[in-house]
Design a protein around this ligand. Sequence first.
Ligand SMILES: Nc1ncnc2c1ncn2[C@@H]1O[C@H](COP(=O)(O)OP(=O)(O)OP(=O)(O)O)[C@@H](O)[C@H]1O
Ligand SMILES: [Mg+2]
Length: 503
Amino acid sequence: MSNFEIEAIDIRKTYGHLVANDGVTFRVGRGEVHALMGENGAGKSTLMSILYGIHQPDSGSVRLRGQATKLTTPSVAIANGIGMVHQHFKLFEPLTVWENVVFGSEPRKGGIIDARKAIEVVSSLGEQYGLNVDPRARVSQLPVGVRQRVEILKALYRGAQTLILDEPTAVLGPQERDGLFDVLRELRLDGRTIILVTHKINEVLDISERITVMRNGKVSGEMVTSAATADEIVSAMTGRSVRTVSRTKQAFGEVVLKVKGITVPSHGTKPLVDRVSFELRAGEIIGIAGVAGNGQTELIEAITGLRHDASGSIELAGADITGKPVRERREAGLTYIPEDRAATGTAIAASAQDNLLMGFHTRRDFSRHGLINSKAALHHAKALIARFGVKIASEETPVGTLSGGNLQKIVVAREIAKESLLLVAEQPTRGVDVGAIEYIHSRLLEESDRGRAILLVSSELSELFALSDRILVMYEGKAVAQIDRQEADEAILGSLMAGKVAA
Ligand SMILES: Nc1ncnc2c1ncn2[C@@H]1O[C@H](COP(=O)(O)OP(=O)(O)OP(=O)(O)O)[C@@H](O)[C@H]1O
Ligand SMILES: [Mg+2]
């Protein structure tokens, strides 16, 4: 019998003229954690969707434990012991955890669903692998890290021998990520095989046994992790080395954003945001740190005008914008890179050109008497696509077909390109590759040098350290600390984020 659990051999997959997988051979050993890396649009998710039976390759074959197997649908993949956790979870929110886990293959007694049995099975699976979830909890009430555990339980319940995780840590904070990795180690001890797609080199070095790197639809590197270096991985991904940027400058201008006593009520006893106040000056970058679910999202919604139940006051460049609609805030000088690029950041069915024009269409250089100057719009789109390295067939391509990271680049490019006093950037590099992170970071620093005030929310501590002048830590809705970057380190931040008062 083969030592490989999965072999994808000479896989080719095209979308129209675009070659997403170009003769890819990918082999995963039984019981290993295998990392799959590569730039945005390299073809990683395409390959994974072929292994999970979502897409069929144009040519090439798949072998499971040495046997040629046709994975024609996800059900066939599941029947063959392959499970997948997608980046965008596919859970039924109104249902409970156990209902989601057993959905479609419920244990039955006398023809009806045996809820007690199902709850028992879900709890014992959870205990076995350290996936602590209350089987009776409603999914809609669970934070993202716990929802991910539900997805993993679902795959395990269906007998997954191999688990594919496509960028599982993109939505997790550091603590949640450590929790996930503990679970993955348990699964490996149990003899399961794990394929981990990620852009984060530290994670790969931390947990994987072997690494495959893709570039432009082809395999550009295969390494044993213990013998690999970060530089080698980066150059296999990008063909060059990548620097990390860092902040140097210090002089700030006038106060641009003044937030006073922002409070967002909740249905429970504790408010979601609890009397948060701070001032942000021209040329200054404030980073907001916190474990997901501690009020960061709601605070940003209150500032950008997406939420109407907040109290307190907000001033933008001296003008009171409290209670003003989003459009007026934008006119007063606010631009916004939202966390959820698919839902609020882009119009999925529209072209890249139209998406890049959103918010520019009333400007003089782009329109006259209500007519869009299509030449200027095209020029604008072409320039941003080139500068941000968006991998896309043409400006006409609907953004819904873009890879995760390339869609993110569209939103970031558009909002950075807008002139504004204040840029609110929520997870600006989530899901983008190392080369693009470097570029986005240097652009953000450049913008702040030009006097733009930047409010940055990030679950990546390294990003907060690289960019922020000051870091505001949120815990249970409160701004529990505001510290200068020079005085902050990971240990201090970590304990503040966990609700422990720093020494
Ligand atoms: N359904 C589709 N229709 C057209 N093009 C597609 C489709 N799915 C993927 N593509 C294209 O195939 C290429 C590879 O995309 P894929 O999603 O596999 O990249 P990826 O390596 O997962 O990137 P990322 O790191 O950004 O997630 C991209 O250029 C993408 O635009
Ligand atoms: Mg992808």
